[in-house]
Write a protein that binds this ligand. Structure first.
Ligand SMILES: N[C@@H](CCC[C@H](N)C(=O)O)C(=O)O
Length: 358
């Protein structure tokens, strides 16, 4: 391993922890994935007196590392939306993702890779949209949609297209057309479209109990009867406020890593599912923890926050406009009666620029 670095980096917690974690990981030799990081992040207030590069290469000098450029180096930018973090790839010149699903798994690994909940590709627009977004989860599977990812995508486009101020564009996703708008304060407001409630389309094998929708229905998981509502935001969500015995959830007490996978792989969900465990704080304030399909426990899930407000309204628990507290911070969600669309507003932040030799 060879390191060429002369730099001064000033960070304040908690970003400093994340930075040093990522940087120290970058120094390790990796069997089939090596990366070089050059940091220039205003959101982290990194000040470098000279450029920094770390070569995590077994026998490569900086020159040979750079020679490898031709054989496949990936430049990326890491973003996060409330701690739900993604590797963003500029894929505007091709409709084929520059990273395979297997490579995405390695890149997302928090010990042997860059570390992320997913890899997102900014691709040429299709169906009349300005851009297309595709995403691979950290397990390599490809979901239809990602709410926090859309906000990160919008900020990434603004960065690489050098857009300033308020901007709106259209994105084609597996969930159809999505419209993010960057606000003057840097937050991103996203028209997430309409929720899908028909059981078969979510998809769930649970039988519709309110028309064709599954609302406050019983689902037995590991011998316990949970009350669930099923909503798709393009991707499937199972939302629960508690068990049949009437006990409301206290999400902080939940053993998420034990129960989460049992929902994800339940036979009632043929495409697996994301699951949101929700506590109602008031008619306009909810608190949730999420177990994501293909990514496990994450700090935030945008589509999940939208889906749980729909579930809360359908179950008569809240009004249509709510603040949702996620482990990584709050999102503002509104399910508008006029157009049946859901609007999500929240932050997206640049973490660092990096390069990976695939
Ligand atoms: N974190 C995302 C959802 C990402 C996709 C999800 N894991 C799935 O497989 O459906 C969000 O913010 O919506």
């Amino acid at each position: 391993m060879e390191i060429a670095a002369t730099s001064t980096v000033t960070l304040s917690p908690p970003q400093s922890r994340q930075f040093s974690h990522t940087f120290s990981r970058s120094l390790r030799s990796l069997p089939s994935l090596r990366f070089n990081l050059s940091f220039q992040s205003t959101s982290l207030r990194v000040s470098a007196t000279s450029s920094m590069s770390a070569f995590a290469a077994e026998k490569l000098s900086p020159e040979t590392f750079l020679d490898k450029k031709e054989s496949g180096i990936l430049h990326f930018v890491k973003y996060h939306g409330l701690g739900n973090d993604f590797i963003l790839v500029d894929n505007r010149d091709s409709s084929e993702p520059k990273v395979t699903q297997e490579q995405a798994v390695k890149l997302c690994d928090r010990n042997f890779g860059v570390g992320a909940d997913g890899v997102i590709f900014a691709m040429p627009g299709t169906n009349g949209a300005d851009y297309t977004m595709r995403i691979f989860n950290s397990d390599g599977s490809e979901p239809e949609m990602c709410g926090n990812g859309v906000r990160c995508f919008a900020r990434f486009i603004a960065e690489i297209e050098n857009l300033q101020g308020k901007h709106s564009f259209t994105m084609h996703t597996g969930a159809g057309l999505i419209v993010p708008q960057i606000q003057d304060d840097g937050q991103v407001k996203v028209d997430m479209g309409e929720p899908i409630l028909r059981a078969e389309d979510v998809p769930t094998r649970l039988v519709g109990n309110r028309g064709e929708s599954v609302v406050a229905a019983e689902l037995v998981v590991d011998g316990v009867s949970w009350i669930v509502t099923c909503v798709s935001m393009g991707n499937p969500h199972c939302i629960t406020f508690g068990t049949k015995d009437g006990q409301d959830l206290r999400v902080d007490e939940l053993k998420l890593s034990e129960i989460g996978p049992k929902f994800e792989h339940h036979e009632m969900f043929p495409a697996r599912t994301n699951t949101e465990f929700v506590e109602v704080l008031s008619r306009s304030h909810l608190k949730m923890r999420v177990w994501e399909r293909g990514a496990g426990a994450t700090l935030a899930c945008g589509t999940g926050a939208c889906a749980l407000v729909v579930a809360a309204v359908l179950e008569g628990r809240t009004d249509r406009k709510c603040t949702v507290d996620l482990p990584g911070g709050p999102l503002e969600i509104e399910w508008k009666e006029e157009d049946n669309h859901i609007y999500m507003t929240g932050p997206a932040d640049l973490v660092f620029y990096g390069s990976a030799l695939l």
